[in-house]
Design a protein around this ligand. Structure first.
Ligand SMILES: Nc1ncnc2c1ncn2[C@@H]1O[C@H](COP(=O)(O)OP(=O)(O)OP(=O)(O)O)[C@@H](O)[C@H]1O
Ligand SMILES: [Mg+2]
Length: 521
């Protein structure tokens, strides 16, 4: 009798179900197994029989083991030698979990373990304490005790000492499997990351020339250790403004979840504008010190094109401040774009080499700030500085791109008090009134005041003499500044007139020329 496709399907399904569940069935009817086993051995295919027999034994063994030894272990191994070569050089890949766990345990083990190992930290002069192999420490999390052991694993590649890897082994009761895997381990990583972050030396990065990017050892960024002494305490600025900025930075730093909920990339833009010497660069250093972030100082003139700019962005780390200083000078991003285009052609021959080599455009820069790529990594601050706010394209600085516009202005009494404290260690003095009069009358920058204070400090013997010298210096500085301002104004006026004159003459000559043309042969 022929079997229909439907019947064949049923048989196949039934057989598959039977084979799939054979182990369970046998496990549940343990004693039956001994009756069925010889039959199965005789009739079932040999491989299938062995597989299910194996499974059965393993299940039994596991159950037995769980009664005898209810502990589970998780190994977190030292990063391997997974190395690949990219155009940016030799890159060793690892996810950092081992370092995070080691950093976390450094706190616990230095108190409990008796045999420790000290290694120099990757950065700085400190040492990293870890457990010697075979040492145990315990840790408590939500009332549950877990144990960590430092062990050495043999690599599968060989038996030699060079093929061993250290590993941190976590042991816990299988009852707490969920808690440990889903809460405790993420907690260990988070804490470890915080410890690593606070132990590291902060860095000041600057981008390398894009034209060298063909070199095999090319790195997009070079860095030095960042060790600027400025803080918000020493920054000369109105107290209210300072508080505002610090609150804003705190809100940014502490609101990761809010940014995620609101669907906003975790980044913030600050535009610092004001005359030279009003403390824009100093403010950036204070921000970095306040947040404990690295600084990436982007020199746009050595970036070839928008693509290279994007690459720079990708290679920045989170918890960093990306700075573009004097944005109006770095690129021709100012004023009316059509006029700029025309000017670009006219000035092509006159432009200097630096500017010539950069093809970064306004749209490239806008994408850099808040394009899709800008969201990668998160927790980043972008700061632009400029002396001429009016010269910047409005698209570049609109709210949302540059979230906070901060004006850095000339020195007032409140800012002066900070500087007097910094340089002379004076909080209050009767001569502050005279200083205030000068500052109110003339445009004197904090940089000017700081320089005068240095002179006064060198020449004066006590507070009063220092302040008297300072007042003289400030008066002279005010005169020099006023003269320079008047000269600059006259020069600008003369330049404007010189530009207007040929244009009028050109129009006249053009009109005459066309008339002449009409009258010509
Ligand atoms: N607000 C300030 N508080 C403390 N020091 C200041 C302040 N402004 C300027 N200074 C002093 O003046 C020096 C120059 O200041 P800074 O480089 O920050 O000015 P800037 O606004 O960035 O100038 P530029 O526009 O030319 O780049 C600093 O090294 C610092 O000593
Ligand atoms: Mg500056």
């Amino acid at each position: 009798m022929a079997i229909t496709a439907g019947e064949a399907g049923k048989v196949v399904r039934w057989r598959r179900w039977a084979f799939d569940n054979l182990g369970t069935v046998l496990a549940n009817f343990g004693s039956l197994w001994f009756v069925l086993a010889p039959l199965l051995a005789a009739y079932a295919p040999r491989r299938l029989f062995l597989t299910y027999f194996n499974l059965f034994l393993r299940r039994r063994a596991r159950r037995l083991l769980a009664v005898v030894d209810p502990y589970v272990t998780v190994d977190i191994s030292e990063p391997g030698t997974s190395v690949h070569y990219s155009r940016f050089g030799r890159v060793t890949e690892h996810d950092g979990t081992y370092e995070e766990v080691k950093a976390y345990l450094a706190g616990a083990c230095s108190e409990e373990a008796r045999e420790l190992r000290a290694e120099g930290a990757a950065e700085g002069d400190s040492v990293v304490i870890s457990m010697r192999d075979g040492q145990d420490v315990s840790d408590e999390f939500q009332g549950v005790t877990v144990w960590w052991t430092s062990v050495v694993q043999e690599n599968s590649q060989g038996q030699q000492a060079s093929h061993t890897r250290s590993c941190q082994r976590l042991t816990f009761h299988h009852r707490h499997r969920r808690l440990v895997l889903h809460e405790y381990l993420p907690h260990v990583r988070r804490k470890g990351r915080e410890i690593l972050f606070s132990n590291r030396r902060r860095r000041l990065y600057t981008n390398n020339k894009s034209v060298d990017s063909y070199r095999y050892d090319y790195k997009a960024w070079s860095y030095i250790n960042f060790d600027h002494p400025t803080t918000f305490d020493t920054l000369a600025l109105d107290m209210a403004k300072k508080r505002d900025i610090m609150d804003d930075l705190d809100a940014f730093r502490n609101n990761k979840d809010f940014y995620r909920r609101a669907g906003k990339p975790w980044k913030r833009g600050y535009l610092l504008y004001g005359p030279p010497g009003t403390g824009k660069s100093t403010m950036i250093a204070a921000m970095a010190n306040y947040l404990d972030y690295d600084i990436y100082d982007v020199e746009l003139t050595v970036v070839n094109n928008n693509n290279d700019l994007r690459r720079l962005l990708i290679e920045t780390t989170s918890k960093s401040i990306i700075v573009i200083e004097d944005i109006d000078c770095s690129l021709d991003l100012t004023g009316d774009r059509a006029a700029r285009q025309q000017k670009h052609h006219q000035d092509r021959d006159r432009r200097d080499d630096k500017r010539d080599s950069s093809m970064v455009t306004l749209s490239g820069l806008l994408n850099f700030i808040d394009g899709l790529w800008s969201a990668c990594g998160g927790e980043r601050i972008v700061v632009f500085t400029t002396n001429h706010l009016d010269k910047l394209d409005t698209a570049l600085i609109r709210r949302g791109r540059m979230d906070m516009h901060i004006e850095m202005s000339y020195c007032g009494l409140e800012a002066f008090r900070t500087l007097a404290k910094n340089y002379l260690d004076i909080d209050e003095h009767r001569l502050f009134v005279s200083v205030d009069e000068i500052l109110a009358k003339d445009n004197i920058t904090p940089a000017d005041v700081a320089e005068c204070l240095m002179t006064a400090k060198r020449a004066g013997s006590d507070e009063s003499s220092c302040l008297e010298i300072l007042i003289d210096e400030l008066k002279q500085r005010a005169e020099v500044n006023a003269k320079a301002e008047a000269e600059a104004e006259a020069e600008a006026k003369a330049k404007a007139e010189a530009e207007v004159k040929p244009a009028i003459e050109g129009e006249g000559a053009g009109a005459g020329g066309s008339e002449g043309g009409r009258g010509g042969p």
